[in-house]
Design a protein around this ligand. Structure first.
Ligand code: MN
Length: 145
């Protein structure tokens, strides 16, 4: 795993975001950040492989089973990003306010190259969620019963 793409996109002298490092064995944490960038979206991040595997979800996390939302995979983020909230300055990558919308832990039920199934245990999000890959960067995110 590498944070090369993450680092290449950012200037750490100008953004408050963490530079971070690839971590060891994780604690199965997740975060959803509400990101008021040029287009409002929610970033779902799962602690896997010493990084935060990350998806931008334009419509947010579906609250009910049976609703599929597009989740676009983005570059891996450092685990330190799990606590990040603040304002990314204008002119920087992802400029805008970032709020922590929910955080917690997850139980990994299944992981294949095309599917990740987890039980999320957050303050808002509880239950089983599936990420299903249908194009190289495009996944569906949905809740199951
Ligand atoms: Mn974002």
């Amino acid at each position: 795993m590498s944070l090369a793409i993450y680092r290449k996109k950012r200037k750490f002298t100008k953004t408050p975001e963490p530079e971070g490092a690839v971590a060891g064995k994780g604690k199965n944490r997740f975060v959803v950040q509400e990101h008021h960038a040029s287009h409002l979206h929610w970033d779902l991040r799962l602690e896997l492989d010493g990084v935060l595997k990350s998806w931008a979800v334009p419509k947010g996390i579906p609250a009910k089973a049976g609703i599929k939302h597009l989740a676009v995979q983005v570059e891996d983020h450092p685990v330190e990003y799990i606590n990040f909230h603040g304002v990314i300055p204008e002119g920087q990558y992802g400029a805008g306010r970032v709020l922590i919308w929910d955080k917690g832990t997850f139980k990994l039920l299944e992981r294949t190259p095309k599917a990740i199934k987890v039980i999320l245990k957050g303050k808002k999000l509880k239950g089983t969620f599936v990420l299903f890959k249908f194009q190289p960067k495009n996944w569906f995110l949905f809740k199951t019963k």
